[in-house]
Design a protein around this ligand. Structure first.
Ligand code: G3I
Length: 333
């Protein structure tokens, strides 16, 4: 049997990938099993897909991903219990269509956690409990419906509910742009405050939606040093390296036209492999603090970054599921 990515990193950390229910059945299945020893559901465990109506759960996608993981002895990460995106329509309203109170919202969050977490006890080893609550602008918390109704309390409570529901699960706060100093400082401040209150948080998920220009080695190392100084374990939970630059890895906004044609140029290939080489070098150096690195999608055949009108090429495997040059840089050490 040929060596896969996970085997090269055996002495470092598990290597994960975000999967869809189709990936674990189709042609992608053998590539997943060759290279990865951890999986995350790309969408199937978010609240909207999982609890589309109050107390009406849709389990089959999430169950199939967990069963695939268990059957193949992969680690399974749970993603995610509380997030302002992909929330079900019913979550913030009562039956008369009125916005609910803080108390009701916390109860609904608690019920969700108490239903989902125990179902996968012993199968899902780590949960992204709270996702992306820190603002990208100058404010502290993101002004989401969750925050507008419940203030910052929902963050603390979600961790407490999750810990009670599965005391053995490793609980993560997960966010992006964590190498941007201003946002990193706010995340650090929030986590430090919660830990000081004894809130059960065990790790920080640094999403790692990066680009050929970002992050620098210095900022990446700074993030690892800062968050590990809190005694938290670190996982890179959603790694990809966009070949475009600018806002959000060069994603287009509605109505905007792509300036570049959607081809993977030799220049992109070169810059991307250098970035992948650098970040894995940093990951290995800090292996003491890093307990997982997960890619957000498997290959360039399908990536969430393709959305908004332009093909992207952010992963280690190409559109035909073959290893790219960057792959060989990542396993060369
Ligand atoms: O499943 C529905 C389908 O029923 C519907 O007909 C179709 C029409 O729009 O949408 C389908 O849902 C889409 C879903 O992906 C599944 O494909 C949603 O529109 C789409 O918004 C959703 O995007 C996901 C996104 O989170 C939501 O914000 C991406 O796949 C997923 O990769 C992305 O992942 C997030 C992480 O969870 C958190 N961090 C950032 C990361 C990237 O945005």
């Amino acid at each position: 049997k040929s060596k896969g990515l996970k085997d090269y990193y055996n002495n470092y950390f598990p290597i994960g990938v975000a999967v869809t229910p189709n990936d674990i059945r189709g042609n992608e299945k053998s590539l997943i099993l060759e290279h990865f020893n951890s999986i995350t559901a790309e969408n199937a465990m978010k609240m909207g897909p999982l609890q589309p109506g109050e107390n009406k759960y849709f389990w089959s996608n999430a169950d199939s991903i967990v069963e695939f993981g268990v059957k193949n002895k992969l680690k399974v990460r749970g993603h995610c219990l509380v997030w302002h995106t992909q929330t079900p329509r019913w979550l913030f309203k009562d039956s008369a269509g009125k916005t609910i109170s803080k108390e009701v919202l916390l109860t609904r969050i608690k019920n969700h956690i108490n239903t989902v977490v125990p179902r996968y006890k012993g199968k899902i080893y780590a949960w992204d409990v709270v996702n992306e609550v820190i603002a990208d602008d100058t404010s502290y918390f993101r002004k989401s419906p969750l925050y507008n109704i419940a203030g910052e309390d929902f963050v603390e409570q979600a961790f407490r509910y999750a810990h009670a529901a599965d005391p053995k699960a490793i609980l993560f706060y997960n966010d992006y742009n964590t190498e941007t100093p201003a946002k990193r400082d706010k995340i650090f401040k929030m986590l430090k405050g919660l830990l000081a209150k004894g809130v059960p948080i065990h790790g920080v998920g640094l999403q790692a939606h990066w680009s050929i220009n970002n992050p620098s080695r210095e900022e990446l190392e700074k993030s690892i040093e800062m968050f590990s100084s809190l005694g938290l374990q670190i996982q890179f939970t959603e790694l990809d390296i966009s070949v475009y630059t600018g806002r959000q890895g060069g994603q287009l906004i509605a109505g905007e036209k792509a300036k570049e044609p959607a081809v993977f140029t030799p220049e992109m290939e070169q810059k991307q492999l250098e970035k992948y080489k650098m970040i894995f070098d940093v990951f290995r150096k800090h292996k003491k603090h890093i307990t997982g690195v997960t890619f957000w999608n498997l290959s360039d055949k399908y990536t969430w970054l393709d959305g908004r009108g332009r093909k992207n090429f952010p992963l280690l495997f190409d559109t035909e599921l073959k290893p790219k040059k960057a792959y060989y840089e990542v396993i060369k050490f």
